[in-house]
Design a protein around this ligand. Structure first.
Ligand SMILES: *Cc1c(COP(=O)(O)O)cnc(C)c1O
Length: 253
């Protein structure tokens, strides 16, 4: 099988799914896409700088055999709501169904029981947590919130550079990596210290990552409560920390 990512946890980048689908097809392999974080963003209909759309980034996902999607991430719903979507129901049935004497009354059901399609026999009605909000609110507020999160990340990507930070790749979804490189201190240690100061303050939860031995801070906008006010307050605090911890020395002539 081939497993591709549609929104990596670390930096939110989407693999070239269409090209990978070609490979899977050529070699007759099961094609799985991990869209746990990214999948919900298929609802967003924003235009990118090059004229493509958010949806174009996912091209090829429709050719996969299975997709992981976490409504407890991109749909902002309660935890414990992870989903696996499989194209061919028979493969699920063959993998998970079993017979037992005490189950004989269930054999003539008109449609497969959920217990024949997943590992659990007795199970929670988890789907209700996704079905009900969609019934009550429809798709629109989810779409609007997801588009807002992408726009906030793009805004942050520009704004954080204006206060002197380096950035990683242009954000494809709602994650942006950034770091400050001070004049006369070790950059990895400095960004580690920044993250520590941010956590001590307690208003913002910021995580870090290490890519090829380089420490980066991660902005991951995944809460429905994060709006422009919060991003601006965060930028202001970052600027304040930089002024305190890495004052730029003005050369006197
Ligand atoms: C979060 C995440 C997972 C794990 O999902 P959980 O629901 O936290 O178990 C898997 N893959 C990706 C890409 C993720 O972002």
């Amino acid at each position: 099988m081939i497993v591709a990512s549609a929104g990596t946890t670390d930096v939110g980048i989407i693999d070239p799914l269409d090209a990978i689908a070609d490979l899977a097809e050529n070699y007759n392999l099961w094609f799985h896409v991990d869209a746990a974080y990214g999948g919900a963003f298929l609802l967003a209909a924003l235009e990118n700088e090059d004229g493509s759309t958010t949806k174009d980034q996912f091209k090829g996902i429709e050719r996969s055999d299975s997709v992981t999607i976490d409504p407890h991430k991109g749909f902002f719903l309660p935890y414990g709501l992870g989903a696996l979507v499989v194209k061919d129901i028979n493969t699920l049935y063959k993998t998970n169904s079993f017979k037992a004497n005490y189950l004989q009354d269930t054999y003539n059901a008109v449609e497969p029981s959920p217990s024949d399609l997943s590992p659990e026999l007795s199970k929670h009605f988890r789907g209700l947590r996704l079905w009900l909000p969609l019934q009550l609110l429809g798709e629109a507020p989810f779409k609007a919130a997801l588009e807002e999160k992408i726009l906030l990340t793009r805004y942050f990507y520009q704004a954080v550079q204006q206060i002197g930070f380096q950035v990683g790749p242009y954000p494809e979804l709602s994650i942006c990596t950034y770091r400050y490189v001070p004049e006369d201190q070790d950059a990895n240690e400095f960004n580690h210290l920044l993250a520590q100061k941010l956590r001590e303050d307690g208003r913002f939860f910021v995580s870090t990552t290490n890519i090829a031995s380089v420490n980066w801070l991660r902005l991951a906008v995944v809460s429905f409560r994060t709006h422009l006010t919060e991003i601006d307050a965060y930028l202001q605090f970052l600027k304040q920390l930089i002024d305190e911890l890495a004052p730029v020395t003005i050369q006197e002539h």
